[in-house]
Design a protein around this ligand. Sequence first.
Ligand SMILES: C[S@@+](CC[C@H](N)C(=O)[O-])C[C@H]1O[C@@H](n2cnc3c(N)ncnc32)[C@H](O)[C@@H]1O
Length: 154
Amino acid sequence: MGRFSFNNLRIDATDVESSGQFARTIEAGLYPREELSRLPEGILEKYFEPGDNPENLRVIEKVRQRVKFQQHDLLSLHEIGQGYSVILCKNVLLHFQPPERIEVLRMFHRALAPGGFFATEQTQEMPRELDSSFQRVIPDGPLFRKLEGAQCAS
Ligand SMILES: C[S@@+](CC[C@H](N)C(=O)[O-])C[C@H]1O[C@@H](n2cnc3c(N)ncnc32)[C@H](O)[C@@H]1O
């Protein structure tokens, strides 16, 4: 991402808990070194700096400035915005009942820009009901593209 595009980047981070672990991590931008060990080469050097102690690294200020945390209950089914290029929802949908999962995915579909991407954890399946709304992008990973013009009818 060039400098110009980067300046237009916005990352909305949400969780149902406004002061839970996730909110605190996002706010501080601190991550244990060992959890970052699987990042692709070059990313660590480019986007992280020394943290508050030798075990932690901190996301650089330039990126942290782009991240805004807000409390949001996915089960409200109200999207927090529109036109997202990417929605990443990891290890959350598994807590919901199958019909709730479908409705949350429909909400993500509404929030995505045409052709936008949805990514989730490896074990999450896309429900058959949404076959016409999302298309798997790669065979061996949970990355999906919003289908253009797909009707996400309830
Ligand atoms: C296992 S953690 C995953 C955190 C993070 N996504 C990750 O992969 O590291 C599950 C998170 O889902 C959040 N959560 C549970 N129910 C939710 C809901 N209805 N709306 C939004 N977030 C919810 C919890 O507060 C918790 O932070």
